[in-house]
Write a protein of this length. Structure first.
Length: 698
C-alpha cells in the first residue's frame, strides 16, 4: 500500500500497487501525511499514516461502520443518512474499493448525500488512516507425488490460510490463499501448514475425483482430510453426515459447502459487522437455533447445528455461486486445486462431451458473407484443436480445466493463476495499450478500414474516460513484427488488439508474429478482437498474461465492432473478464465465437460501488419501473461480499452474486439512481448505459 498527495486539490491518495486500485480522501486544506505503525488499529492494515484535518470528503457514497476504541460496534451510516457522535475515540471502517480505516479522538459527524460521504470533526485533529490490500500470496509451496494419499495430505494444508474459524471466514478478506502445490518425487509439507482445527474431519476415498471435488470444502471448513472407504463428514462432537447416499458425491459436497457458507454469512451479522442483511430476514424464521449462540459456539458445534436447518429453507435465498470448475481428474491438475479452492468453486470432475465446432456459427458467418461486404478475408471456422462442452450449471462462471477448447465455459490455464500470484507492484497509472494493425487491405475492402478505425476511435475514447481513475492510453498502428514483439513484451495493464490474425500469427506490415515465440508477455490482460485469435491468446497466457478474451474462428467486422465497443465499456467500469464476456456476447449474433482464457475473475480496474452490477428494467404502468440488479463477484471481491443498492427506499445489504430482490421505482427515483454511477442497463433485450438514458423517454 502507498499513500501520496492528490494530483488536483487537497487530500490523500491511497494506492494498492498490486491490484492497481486507487481511492481519494479529500481535505479542505493541504495535509502533511506522516507514517505511523499499523498496530494502532483493531483490524489488520498493511500501512498507515497520520494527518491533521478538520474533515474528510469521500468522492463516492461509502457505507461507514463506526466502532469505539475497543472495536465494539456503535452504528453504521449509509446513503442520505447523518449521525453525530460525541467526544470519544472512534474507529471508522470505510467500505471503499480499498479497505480503509480511520481512527480519531474527537466528536465525529458522518453524513452522505446521493454522490459523496462527509466526515467532519469539531476542530483540526489528528486522524490515523490505515489501508489493507485484498491481494493475497500463498504462504508456502507443498510438494506432492501422484499418490492420492499424498495428495490428500497436501489438500489438508489448505485451511492453514484461513484467518479465522468464526463465521467471518465468509468474508473474502478473511480467506487467505492456500499454499501452492507442485508435483514431485516426494511429499513435502513445510512447517506451519497444519490444519487449524482438527475438530472437523472429511473422510473420502483416496482417488483423484474425490480429492478434487472435496478440496474447496476442506479449505473452507478448516477440516482435516483423511482417506476412507465411505465418504462422510465427522466432527469431534460425534456428529456424522454421509456424503454419498441420496445424491451423487459431488452434488452432496456442493450442498454442504453452500449450506455452511450461506449460514456463516447470516450468523456473522451477530459479530463485528451487524448489518441489516436481506438474506437473514428471509431465512431467520426457519432457523430454530439462536443466532447469537451460533456465532459464539465452537466450529464443530456450529456445523452440526447448521444441518438442523432444512436446505429447502436456505436454497431460494442463496446468492448465485460465482464459479463451477469442470476439471479432468488426472494427476497434473492437482496444481490447480489451491486456486479453485480459494475461489470456493463448485467442482465437477466429469470429462465433458467432445463435439465438433458449432455449426450454427458457421451458418451465421456464411449468411453474412453472402450479404455483407465488410468482412475479413478468411471465411471458415479454422481454430485447430478438439472441442469440449461441459455440462452447464447455475454458476455465474463456468471454467474448464483440461484438454481441448471449451464451448460454453472459460479455458482456465494454470499459468494464468500463477502469473497473477507473481504480479509486480507499480506506482504508475492504469496503462491501456491499443494496437491497430489493419494491414494490406485490398481496395474492395475499404469499408473494413473505415469500420476498424471506428472501433479504434470509440475504444480510445472509452478507456480512461473515468474522472476518478488515472489512465494512460497509448495507440500503436501498422507495426512491424519486431515492433509488435517489443510492445507485447512491454508491461501494460491491458492490451486491446484490432487487426488480422490467423493460425500463423498476428499480421504485421512485414510478416506475421506468432505469440508462441514471445518469451515474456507484459500485458496483464488482453482482448484480441480479430479472427481466429484463440491460439495467439493461449500463448499470451503461457507467456505471462493473467486473462483475456479471444475468438474461435472468423468474425464479421460490423459484429466485431459491437463486441469491441461493449467489452471496452464494461472493462472500463470494473467488470471482470467473465462478466464482460457474458454481457457483451448478447449484443452480437457472433457472441458464441468469443471465449475467455486464463483467470476470468480478473478485472483491469475497480468499480465505483465496489461490486460490478447490471441493471434490467421494465415499465410497470407508465409511472413506475421494476428494476432488477445482477451482481458479479470478482477474484478479489468474491463470494461473501456485501452490496447495498443506493435506492432511497432500500436500507438493506445483499450478498453479492446474481440477482438481488426486485425494486419498484418512480421515474424520478430511477433517474437519480442512473445518475449515481455509469452501469450497463438492459431494456427490452437491448444493452444501454445509465448515463445515456433519459428515463422520461422510456
Amino acid at each position: 500500500m502507498l499513500f501520496g498527495s492528490v494530483k488536483s486539490g487537497y487530500g490523500v491518495e491511497v494506492l494498492d500497487r498490486i491490484d492497481r486500485n486507487r481511492y481519494l480522501l479529500w481535505t479542505a486544506d493541504t495535509v502533511a501525511p506522516e507514517a505511523v505503525a499499523p498496530n494502532h488499529f483493531s483490524f489488520p492494515v498493511d500501512a498507515a499514516i497520520s494527518v491533521a484535518t478538520e474533515g474528510i470528503t469521500l468522492p463516492t457514497v461509502v457505507p461507514v461502520c463506526v466502532r469505539d476504541g475497543a472495536g465494539s460496534f456503535i452504528t453504521s451510516i449509509e446513503q442520505s443518512a447523518s449521525e453525530t457522535l460525541s467526544e470519544g475515540v472512534y474507529s471508522l471502517e470505510l467500505a471503499a474499493p480499498i479497505k480503509l480505516y480511520l481512527r480519531v479522538d474527537s466528536p465525529v459527524t458522518v453524513s452522505s448525500n446521493l454522490m459523496q460521504t462527509y466526515i467532519h470533526f469539531s476542530d483540526e485533529t489528528e486522524v490515523l488512516i490505515g489501508a489493507r490490500s485484498l491481494h493475497e500470496e500463498p504462504a508456502a509451496t507443498i510438494t506432492t507425488t501422484d499418490d492420492p494419499r499424498d495428495m490428500i495430505a497436501a489438500v489438508s494444508t489448505f485451511a492453514s490460510a484461513l484467518k479465522t474459524q468464526s463465521p467471518e471466514r465468509s468474508f473474502p478478506s478473511n480467506r487467505g490463499h492456500p499454499p501452492m502445490v507442485e508435483r514431485g518425487e516426494k511429499l513435502h509439507i513445510p512447517a506451519g501448514m497444519e490444519t487449524p482445527d482438527a475438530s472437523i474431519r472429511l473422510e473420502i476415498p483416496p482417488d483423484y475425483r474425490s480429492i478434487y471435488a472435496a478440496a474447496p470444502l476442506v479449505y473452507y471448513l478448516g477440516a482435516d482430510l483423511v482417506p476412507a472407504d465411505t465418504p462422510r463428514l465427522v466432527t469431534e462432537t460425534g456428529f456424522e453426515y454421509a456424503l454419498a447416499e441420496e445424491r451423487c458425491f459431488e452434488e452432496t459436497l456442493e450442498r454442504v459447502l453452500k449450506r455452511v457458507f450461506f449460514l456463516d454469512c447470516v450468523v456473522r451479522t451477530e459479530g463485528m459487522h451487524p448489518v441489516d442483511l436481506y438474506e437473514r430476514q428471509k431465512v431467520e424464521e426457519g432457523i430454530d437455533h439462536d443466532l447469537t449462540s451460533l456465532y459464539s459456539c465452537p466450529p464443530a458445534e456450529r456445523i452440526e447445528a447448521y444441518f438442523d436447518v432444512p436446505f429447502s429453507v436456505l436454497e431460494p435465498q442463496m446468492p448465485d455461486w460465482k464459479v463451477t470448475a469442470h476439471i479432468e481428474p488426472n494427476p497434473k491438475n492437482v496444481e490447480m486445486l489451491p486456486f479453485i479452492a480459494h475461489r470456493l468453486a463448485v467442482v465437477r470432475t466429469s470429462r465433458g462431451n467432445e463435439i465438433s465446432p458449432p455449426n450454427e456459427q458457421k451458418a451465421i458467418i456464411n449468411e453474412y458473407l453472402r450479404n455483407d461486404s465488410t468482412t475479413s478475408n478468411e471465411q471458415t471456422v479454422t481454430t485447430t484443436g478438439s472441442y469440449v462442452q461441459p455440462k452447464r450449471t447455475d454458476s455465474l462462471e463456468e471454467i474448464w480445466i483440461g484438454g481441448g477448447i471449451p464451448l460454453g465455459a472459460n479455458k482456465a490455464l494454470l499459468e494464468a493463476y500463477q502469473n497473477r500470484i507473481g504480479r509486480q507492484p507499480t506506482e504508475s497509472d492504469i496503462e491501456i495499450t491499443i494496437v491497430y494493425n489493419d494491414i494490406d487491405l485490398s481496395s474492395s475492402l475499404v469499408d473494413v478500414e473505415t469500420s476498424m478505425n471506428a472501433e479504434r476511435d470509440v475504444v480510445d475514447n472509452v478507456y480512461g474516460s473515468r474522472s476518478d481513475l488515472p489512465f494512460d492510453t497509448t495507440i500503436h498502428q501498422d507495426l512491424t513484427v519486431d515492433e509488435l514483439r517489443s510492445i507485447l513484451r512491454t508491461s501494460t495493464d491491458f492490451l486491446h488488439y484490432i487487426g488480422h490474425i490467423d493460425n500463423e500469427g498476428m499480421r504485421c506490415v512485414d510478416g506475421k508474429l506468432d505469440t508462441a515465440t514471445v518469451e515474456s508477455v507484459g500485458a496483464d490482460a488482453f482482448f484480441l478482437n480479430a479472427c481466429q485469435s484463440y491460439r495467439q491468446g493461449y500463448h499470451l497466457i503461457r507467456g505471462g498474461s493473467i486473462g483475456g478474451i479471444a475468438t474461435l474462428g472468423d468474425l464479421v467486422n460490423s459484429e466485431a465492432i459491437k463486441m469491441g465497443q461493449t467489452i471496452a465499456r464494461l472493462l472500463n467500469r470494473g467488470f471482470p473478464l467473465y462478466a464482460a464476456h457474458e454481457i457483451a456476447r448478447d449484443v452480437t449474433l457472433l457472441g458464441g465465437q468469443y471465449v475467455v482464457l486464463g483467470d476470468g475473475g480478473f478485472a483491469i480496474t475497480q468499480t465505483e460501488s465496489g461490486v460490478a452490477n447490471l441493471c434490467e428494467i421494465e415499465s410497470i404502468d407508465g409511472e413506475y419501473f421494476g428494476i432488477d440488479i445482477k451482481t458479479y463477484p470478482t477474484a478479489r471481491r468474491g463470494m461473501g461480499t456485501i452490496f447495498i443498492p443506493y435506492i432511497k427506499s432500500n436500507n438493506e445489504y445483499f450478498l453479492s452474486g446474481g440477482s438481488l430482490s426486485s425494486f419498484r421505482l418512480s421515474i424520478d427515483e430511477l433517474q437519480r439512481f442512473f445518475e449515481l454511477e455509469e452501469i450497463p442497463v438492459r431494456i427490452n433485450e437491448e444493452l444501454r448505459w445509465s448515463h445515456d438514458i433519459d428515463v422520461t423517454t422510456l
